[in-house]
Design a protein around this ligand. Structure first.
Ligand code: ZN
Length: 465
C-alpha cells in the first residue's frame, strides 16, 4: 500500500492524501490551497493524483481547505463517489457554491489587470461544476460500516470539529492482508458547545494520518465565553453603544447564537436588538437546524423545551444589503454578528467602519487573526486602523475572547492518541495539517505511542506502508 501527500503537508491548507493498493485509489479530502493569490492559483489548478483514475474520495468535513477543490477534481475527470456524512454534504454544497462565486469574482479581478496578449483567466470552477459534483455525494451516517467494494469498507465517527465532521476508519485488503487506516480529518475538542466530543477509536490501526494544527497549544475552556458575552452586552447597554462581533459563518456564528439563545432561555439576556448579518451564516444556520439530532447531549436536552436553538425573540437574520446598510445608521445599543472572521471582506467591514471611531462601541474579536489583516490590527489595538482606504482612529473598546477554537489542543491529542495506542496500538503515524512547530509537538506526543517513529511528510512525498 502506498500513501502520498499532495497537500496540507508541512502547511495547513489544501488537504489531499492519496491511498493506493494494487486494486484501489482513494483520496482523503480535496481542499483548496489558500494564501497568496498567484501561488494558490498555481497549486489549485494542477492535480497530481490523476482524477479520472480515482475510485473514490473520502471527505472528512466541509471546511474549504478540505473540500474546496472537489469541483476542480470533477472538472479534471473524477467521476467516482464522494463519501461523507449527511451534514457534511449539505454544508459542502453551500460552501462550494460560495467558493465558486468568490472564484468568479477573483477571475474578474485578475482579468482587469491582464497585459495584452495574456491568455484569458478562467475561474477554477463554476456553479454548474459544483452542482454536478454534489450529485456524486454518497452520505454515510456516523457509526455505520459502508462497503465500498469487496476489499474495502469505511466508517465515520464524530470528530467534534464542525457539524458533520468525521474521523474515518478504513479497512482495506492489501496483498491478502487486511490493513486498518485512520484519518482524523480535523480533530475537534472535548466539551465544545453544540458538538459531541471526538469519538475514541478502539482496535488500533496500522496507519494513522493525523492533523496537528494546535499540537503545541493548550486552549482556554469555551464555557467562560457565555459569561463574558453577558458582561460585554451589559456594559454596552450602560453606555448605549453597539457591539460588533466578526465571526466565521460556519461554526463560530452558530455557537455564539446558541449561547445567546441559552441566555435568553435562562431569562438573563438583556433586551436589545440582535442581528446576524451574513447570507452565508443564515444558510449554514438552517443546516444546523436540519441536523439538530446530531448535536451533543446538552443541545438535545435544550431541544426538549426549545424547538429552535438558533432563534429567539429579538434576534433577526438580516437578508438584504439594504437591511444591512440600515444598521449603520441605527441609533441606540444593538449587537451585530457578521462575517468574515479576519475582517478583510464581507459585511462586517462596513459595520466596523461605522463602529471603531466611537468609545461607546465594542468590537469583540474571537480567536486567531492572521498577520496583515484588519482583524490583527484590531486585536493589537493599533491607535489608527485603515478601513476602505480611510484611516480611522480606533476609539472603540476591543475585547479579545479566546476559547472557541474548534481544533484539538495538546491535551486533547494526548487523550485521543493514548486511547488508540492502548486499544490495539498505532503502527505508522503521519502528521499533516500543521506548521512545523505544531507538527513537531504532535510527533513528540506520538513518539511513545507508535511502533515506529512518526513521520511529518513533505509535499508529494510517498511512503510504502
Ligand atoms: Zn476544519
Amino acid at each position: 500500500m502506498q500513501l502520498t501527500f499532495f497537500g496540507a503537508a508541512g502547511e495547513v491548507t489544501g488537504s489531499q492524501h492519496l491511498l493506493e493498493t494494487a486494486e484501489r485509489r482513494i483520496l482523503f479530502d480535496c481542499g483548496l490551497f489558500q494564501g497568496h493569490r498567484a501561488e494558490a492559483r498555481a497549486k489549485n489548478e494542477r492535480f497530481h493524483c490523476e482524477p479520472k483514475n480515482l475510485d473514490a474520495v473520502i471527505l472528512s468535513h466541509a471546511h474549504i481547505d478540505h473540500c474546496g477543490n472537489l469541483p476542480g477534481l470533477f472538472k479534471a475527470g473524477f467521476c467516482g463517489p464522494v463519501f461523507c456524512t449527511p451534514a457534511t454534504a449539505d454544508i459542502a454544497e453551500i460552501m462550494l457554491l460560495d467558493s465558486a462565486h468568490i472564484a468568479a469574482e477573483d477571475a474578474r479581478y485578475l482579468r482587469g489587470r491582464l497585459r495584452k496578449g495574456h491568455p484569458p483567466i478562467e475561474p477554477l470552477y463554476e456553479e454548474r461544476d459544483v452542482h454536478e459534483l454534489c450529485k456524486r455525494f454518497e452520505t454515510i451516517p456516523y457509526g455505520e460500516w459502508h462497503e465500498l467494494a469487496k476489499d474495502v469498507r469505511l466508517r465515520f465517527h464524530e470528530a467534534g470539529h464542525i457539524l458533520g465532521s468525521a474521523i474515518t476508519e478504513l479497512e482495506i485488503l492489501d496483498g491478502g492482508e487486511m490493513k486498518r487506516v485512520i484519518f482524523t480529518g480535523d480533530l475537534g475538542r472535548r466539551s465544545l458547545p453544540l458538538l459531541g466530543d471526538p469519538v475514541l477509536i478502539d482496535n488500533g490501526c496500522d496507519v494513522l494520518i493525523t492533523e496537528s494544527t494546535y499540537g503545541n497549544k493548550v486552549h482556554l475552556p469555551a464555557e467562560n465565553l457565555k459569561t463574558e458575552l453577558l458582561r460585554i452586552l451589559k456594559e454596552a447597554i450602560a453606555i448605549q453603544g453597539r457591539v460588533v462581533i466578526p465571526a466565521f459563518s460556519l461554526g463560530r456564528t452558530q455557537v455564539l447564537v446558541y449561547f445567546l439563545n441559552e441566555l435568553f432561555n435562562e431569562g438573563r439576556l438583556p433586551q436589545i436588538p440582535m442581528f446576524v448579518d451574513s447570507p452565508l451564516s443564515r444558510k449554514l444556520t438552517q443546516v444546523h437546524r436540519e441536523h439538530q439530532s446530531t448535536l451533543d447531549p446538552e443541545a438535545q436536552e435544550q431541544r426538549g423545551s426549545d424547538t429552535d436553538l438558533f432563534g429567539f425573540r429579538g434576534l433577526t437574520y438580516v437578508a438584504s444589503p439594504q437591511e444591512s446598510r440600515a444598521l449603520n445608521d441605527r441609533k441606540g445599543p444593538f449587537l451585530v454578528i457578521a462575517a468574515s472572521g479576519m475582517c478583510e471582506s464581507g459585511r462586517v467591514v462596513h459595520h466596523l467602519r461605522h463602529a471603531v471611531g466611537s468609545e461607546r462601541n465594542t468590537i469583540v474579536m474571537l480567536g486567531y487573526q492572521a498577520e496583515y489583516t484588519l482583524g490583527r490590527r484590531l486585536v493589537e489595538r493599533q491607535p489608527r486602523v485603515r478601513i476602505f482606504d480611510r484611516e480611522i482612529e480606533l476609539r472603540a473598546k476591543v475585547e479579545v475572547l479566546n476559547g472557541l477554537s474548534a481544533h484539538a489542543d495538546a491535551e486533547d491529542f494526548k487523550w485521543w492518541f493514548g486511547h488508540l495506542a492502548k486499544y490495539g496500538g498505532i503502527g505508522k503515524a503521519f502528521i499533516v495539517h500543521g506548521e512545523s512547530t505544531s507538527a513537531q509537538a504532535v510527533a513528540e506526543l506520538l513518539h511513545d505511542q507508535c511502533n515506529e517513529d512518526p513521520i511529518i511528510p513533505q509535499f508529494k512525498q510517498s511512503f510504502t506502508v
